[in-house]
Design a protein around this ligand. Structure first.
Ligand SMILES: Cc1cc2nc3c(=O)[nH]c(=O)nc-3n(C[C@H](O)[C@H](O)[C@H](O)COP(=O)(O)OP(=O)(O)OC[C@H]3O[C@@H](n4cnc5c(N)ncnc54)[C@H](O)[C@@H]3O)c2cc1C
Length: 434
């Protein structure tokens, strides 16, 4: 089995930022481990992001443990390839023991530990950390397969740039972060875009003289544990706020796009052949997104007032466009639409994890990453502990917590073994004495 051992104290599965952060923290404690990555380090950033992709979160939030973003543009937004370099540099900096090209195909309990079936053979581990994110399988509605085969359909993870699509108009389905940014990418390239708008909220990019993220950080929003959030664990199902880091960062204002010629619709409900049914919720969805946007502005206003901070006054958002009756039917052929981009997210696939640690909906049962199976951990999931858990800003803290737990448990089991050893010795001594 190449240079892999047959047993490790800890096996970390996944060589993205979460697995590498975990490795760095284990190393700090001197805990032996290996990181198994089925592709290459930072695979999802390399392969599932479009050419003009950049971070939505400011660079200063890239806080991999002991390796914060050190470039000149702390308040800028790294481009895709810069993000990949940042992660690869981190792996080099920590000398992470990563084995690329090794997929774990089955994980099961074995004795007091675990057995991993991998593409490089079987490996035993005392403990395992699953750092494989939750974005596994592109999610596309079932009716997609009933649509006319002449329509090109791709998922956001396969979108690269406008030239990849055939001539004609494009329907983007979904208005989360990816949907809005891909719609903008196409719009800026002069392509005619139709956008089916869902219920994602939005956030100002800059407000009262600073990036809203900086204000929200001062407000402690990124340190709020999930159990203290008003929605508790329910927040994990929320869509991300839309805004962009493109060209130094700006708001994403769908109403402005509409003024510039983008066609907006409510949520896509169903479809067959070339005909699509859409909800009549466009106005509601736009209003709700703006309500959240202005709610964030108010939160920042209160913070500024309470702390007597000198900050320029910025107006709250006023709608620049309001839909008249949005169509609830759309004929793709009649509208000249030749492509659909599904920006409808991902679903998780834990089918290879044969451990009794799931909650019945396919989500791992855990508290701050410590699962219900002794010795098995998850890390890197959105709102695992805080908002930043699935992002660069919070992954270091979560990895540190899990590594500390592993360290404590290792000490306990050493103490147990030591105790058991002492018991055996004294029983032997007693027998000898008799
Ligand atoms: C479109 C998009 C935009 C985002 N923008 C931002 C942003 O602006 N700022 C921010 O902080 N975060 C952002 N995120 C969130 C987050 O930072 C990324 O999702 C990040 O990739 C998560 O890192 P990870 O290590 O948890 O997972 P991943 O990067 O997905 O890494 C998991 C790794 O596990 C490997 N793997 C999976 N299964 C196995 C297996 N069975 N055996 C071995 N290896 C396996 C995969 O090949 C992969 O390399 C964004 C996410 C998306 C999808």
């Amino acid at each position: 089995m190449s240079d892999l051992h047959t047993h490790y104290p800890v096996v970390v599965i996944g060589g993205g930022q979460a697995g590498l952060a975990m490795s760095a923290q284990l190393k700090k404690h001197g805990i032996g481990h290996v990181v198994l990555e089925k592709n290459t380090i930072a695979h999802s950033w390399k392969t599932q992001r479009w050419d003009a992709f950049c971070l939505v979160t400011p660079n200063w939030q890239c806080q991999l443990p002991g390796f914060p973003y050190a470039g000149k543009d702390q308040h800028g937004f790294m481009l895709r390839d810069e993000i990949v370099s940042y992660i690869e540099d981190f792996a080099r900096h920590t000398c992470a023991p990563v084995r690329e090209g090794v997929a774990v195909t089955r994980l099961r309990q074995s004795g007091r530990g675990f057995m991993l079936e991998t593409t490089a053979g079987e490996i035993a581990a005392d403990r395992v950390v699953l750092a494989v994110s939750g974005y596994h399988v592109p999610k596309v509605p079932p009716f997609a397969e009933r649509l006319d085969s002449a329509i090109t359909q791709i998922h956001s993870s396969a979108y690269r740039n406008p030239d990849q699509l055939p001539p004609g108009e494009i329907l983007v389905v979904g208005s989360g972060q990816s949907g809005c940014q891909i719609a903008e990418d196409l719009h800026l390239a002069g392509r005619k875009v139709h956008l089916a708008v869902g219920s994602a909220p939005r956030c100002p990019r800059f407000y009262r003289g600073r990036d809203a993220v900086d204000w929200l950080d001062d407000l402690g929003q990124y340190d709020l544990p999930v159990e203290q959030h008003s929605l508790k664990e329910g927040v994990r199902r929320n869509a991300n706020h839309y805004l962009t880091g493109r060209d130094g960062g700006r708001d994403v204002d769908l109403r402005k796009f509409a003024l510039e010629g983008m066609k907006l619709y409510g949520r896509l409900r169903d479809g067959r052949g070339t005909r699509l049914q859409l909800g009549d919720d466009l106005q509601t969805n736009l209003d709700n997104a703006d309500r959240v946007y202005n709610g964030i502005c108010r939160l920042i206003d209160e913070h500024i007032a309470k702390n007597g901070i000198a900050a320029p006054v910025t107006p709250h958002y006023e709608p620049v466009w309001t839909p008249t009756a949005a169509p609830t039917e759309l004929d793709l052929a009649a509208s000249g639409i030749t492509s659909i981009i599904w920006t409808t997210g991902f679903r998780s696939d834990w089918s290879w994890v044969d451990l009794p640690m799931f909650d019945g909906t396919g989500y791992p049962t855990h508290k701050r990453g410590i699962t219900s199976v002794d010795g098995a951990y998850v890390i890197g999931l959105p709102w695992l502990y805080t908002w930043g858990s699935g992002r660069f800003v919070g992954i270091g803290r979560d990895a540190e917590f899990v590594a500390n737990h592993i360290k404590e448990r290792s000490n306990e089991s050493h103490a147990d073994t030591h105790q058991a050893g002492r018991r055996e010795v004294s029983q032997y001594a007693a027998r000898v004495a008799v």
